[in-house]
Write a protein that binds this ligand. Structure first.
Ligand code: GAL
Length: 652
């Protein structure tokens, strides 16, 4: 935990305002400011004519107040002159039509011209500011993949896809086998014949689509790498970040994160609650607080993408882009900030300093109104700043529970789900929420990561499971739980020989003979240890000699156990999931604490945090908080709705 920051756009404001803005930022306790990500047309108003004067002065003013600069490359918004000169940089939609100038992210990652132009502006920017003492960090671009730009179907993308395929498969017959092109007469004679899987009459080949997703992700990665290489050379020693989007799964964040120093993300808990697939009841219940597991889930994903992480944009008030845009409840900006620190964030930066009275985002709140008056978030940030001084530094520790999170599995299932309801992301989130209802800390890690030391490892419908993962799961000594669909596909997206769960059968002898998907209103009864629980969406018929700990009403197995490996053959409702996890924790002697619907816990070294998303105040002594109020670093044992408490744990 090192700091608080804000996103600022000097190019939006008269220069006379900058000094006052910088002073107020500093007075508030902020120590860093992110600038520049959409300012290309101001940096280079005409081809090759750079105007750095305004940026020099803006940096001087901010730095003069002691603020560190997070300087962004401006490549998310290529200027009009560049688009007019090189229309080939535009991304193309599924029908091959180019997008037009006038918003942002109007470029194709595969465009050779755009890669050259991006390298040119990044080089110019980094040559000028790479060694500037004010620059404490770089951000590449802004929110890769946003607004549907994770893939493009431009002529450059088509060419690059063919090259990518040839590198992957070497021979066209290998591609034909991997894609199963015998189906519907899709056999190719050469790589030149292969197009992207767009604009087909009906569903395109799923293996083809999976490869296009992989290719598109690799293109983003290569584009980012180009910027990273320039920044490393011209600005040595400065960390490089990118700002990801919450709950976004359309490219491999682990791959891109591996090339960065910081994985940061943009946290909009209320905006994304409105846009998410939650029930109306949940949307009403969490209207002003956000879902109690949304921010934490993403913190735990991004914590494992790069060596460090932070929140680059934190929602400070109502946003403008969701279907409905409620205001946060008083206290939530403070709560979200502390929750990020408790999960190991290095910094939290708010979006944005001042609400702008023009342009697409004029109805998006800032820390200041357009008239420069403080928004309610200001007092909460001031309070956080005081509390940070009281808490000091926080330790990062490995959680006892790991959820394996794998982008190709997410893509495979999204491409060919069998039924409409239920995604791997939703399964991951329900398992995560179930862990949090039991007061457990969780790491959300890529399958390739080191599994040593975890007591419980959860595979949320990880459709692609290979032998290496299964071997490492076996060696980890942890209890392992897999939910349905685990191991149901190969890397090419085929049903494995010997059927699901593929390689996972090395841990539990079993075979999924049949499966069905069900509409959300169809519910299934599952009997476990004398009680009937609810399930739905997905049901598997399994043959196995393993122990059966829960079954469907007709006696078919649901919960299978072999040694310390477990499998669920249904899409479990929350109560069934809670029951199974509770039993597993008992069996591996992992202490649990029932937190109920809205209380959430997170431990950072020897500091225990509690966050109350509501709906009512709680007495933390029921989950083991000290009775002595002087033990609290923040708050007290009585935690109000939208409250935060933290206390030091005695050495164990
Ligand atoms: C983010 C984006 C920002 C701004 C913000 C508004 O997705 O990075 O530039 O648009 O949303 O909430």
């Amino acid at each position: 935990m090192t700091g608080l920051g804000v996103c600022y756009y000097p190019e939006h404001w008269p220069e006379v305002d900058w000094a006052d803005d910088a002073r107020r930022m500093k007075r508030l306790g902020l120590d860093r400011v992110r600038i520049g990500e959409f300012a290309w047309s101001r940096m280079e108003p005409a081809p090759g004519q750079f105007d750095w004067d305004w940026l020099d002065r803006a940096i001087e003013v901010l730095h003069g107040e002691g603020l560190g600069i997070i300087l962004c490359t401006p490549t998310a918004t290529p200027p009009k002159w560049l688009v007019d000169r090189h229309p080939d940089i535009l991304p193309c939609d599924r029908h091959g039509h180019p997008k037009r100038f006038g918003s942002r992210r109007h470029y194709c990652f595969s465009s050779g011209t755009y890669r050259r132009e991006s390298a040119r502006i990044v080089t110019a920017l980094a040559s000028r500011y790479g060694e500037h003492p004010a620059v404490i960090m770089w951000q590449t671009d802004n929110e890769f993949g946003h607004h549907g730009t994770h893939e493009s179907f431009s002529p450059d993308a088509v060419r690059a896809f063919r090259v990518w395929l040839e590198e992957r498969y070497k021979t066209i017959s290998a591609l034909n086998a991997a894609w199963g092109t015998a189906f519907w007469s899709q056999t190719y004679r050469s790589f030149d014949e292969v197009d992207p899987p767009n604009a087909t009459v009906t569903e395109a080949n799923p293996s083809h689509r999976l490869d296009y997703r992989r290719f598109s992700s690799d293109e983003i990665c290569a584009y980012n790498q180009m910027q990273v290489d320039i920044l490393r050379e011209l600005s040595p020693g400065r960390p490089i970040a990118h700002n990801y989007i919450g709950d976004f799964t359309l490219f491999d964040h682990h791959d891109i994160g591996a090339t960065l120093d910081y994985a940061t993300w943009d946290s909009y808990p209320i905006g994304l609650l409105s846009e998410g697939d939650h029930s109306h009841a949940d949307k009403a219940r969490w209207l002003r607080n956000g879902h109690p597991d949304f921010a934490a889930f993403n913190h735990d994903v991004f914590r494992h993408c790069s060596p460090n992480w932070g929140v680059m944009e934190q929602q400070p008030g109502p946003v403008n882009w969701a279907t409905h845009n409620a205001a946060p409840a008083p206290g939530m900006v403070r709560l979200w900030t502390w929750e990020a620190f408790a999960h190991g964030a290095d910094f939290v930066s708010y979006f944005r300093w001042r609400q702008v009275p023009f342009g697409q985002e004029q109805t998006h709140a800032g820390l200041l109104g357009p008239d420069r008056r403080d928004s309610p978030a200001i007092d909460e940030i001031r309070q956080v700043k005081d509390e940070m001084e009281r808490i000091g530094s926080l330790e990062r520790v490995r959680a006892p529970v790991a959820i394996l999170y794998d982008y190709p599995s997410l893509w495979q299932h999204e491409i060919q789900p069998h039924g409409r309801a239920g995604s791997v992301l939703e399964m991951s989130r329900s398992i995560y929420s179930a862990c949090r209802r039991l007061g457990l800390d969780v790491d959300i890690v890529p399958p390739r990561s080191d599994l040593e030391g975890y007591r419980l490892i959860l595979l949320p419908s990880l459709t692609i499971v290979d032998d290496d993962l299964v071997r490492r799961l076996g060696e980890s000594g942890a209890a392992v739980l897999a939910t349905p669909l685990t191991g149901s596909r190969t890397g090419e997206g085929h049903i494995p020989d010997g059927l699901a769960p593929g390689a996972f059968t090395d841990l539990i002898p079993m075979r999924v003979d049949r499966f069905e998907s069900l509409a959300p209103f169809i519910r299934l009864d599952v009997e476990a240890e004398g009680k009937v629980y609810d399930a739905g969406l997905w049901r598997e018929s399994v043959t196995s000699p393993a122990d059966v700990r829960a079954q469907f009403a007709n006696g078919e197995p649901v919960w299978l156990q072999h040694e310390h490996y477990h499998y669920l053959a249904c899409w479990p409702g929350d109560e069934l999931l809670d029951h199974v996890l509770r039993r597993l924790c008992e069996e591996v002697h992992l202490p649990i604490r029932d937190t109920g619907p809205g209380l959430r816990l997170r431990r950072a070294g020897n500091v225990q945090f509690a966050f109350n998303y509501g709906p009512a105040a709680c007495d933390l002594r029921s989950i083991g908080a000290p009775a002595d109020e002087s033990a609290f670093l923040i708050g007290s044992a009585h935690i109000p709705c939208a409250g935060v408490s933290a206390w030091r744990l005695s050495q164990e």
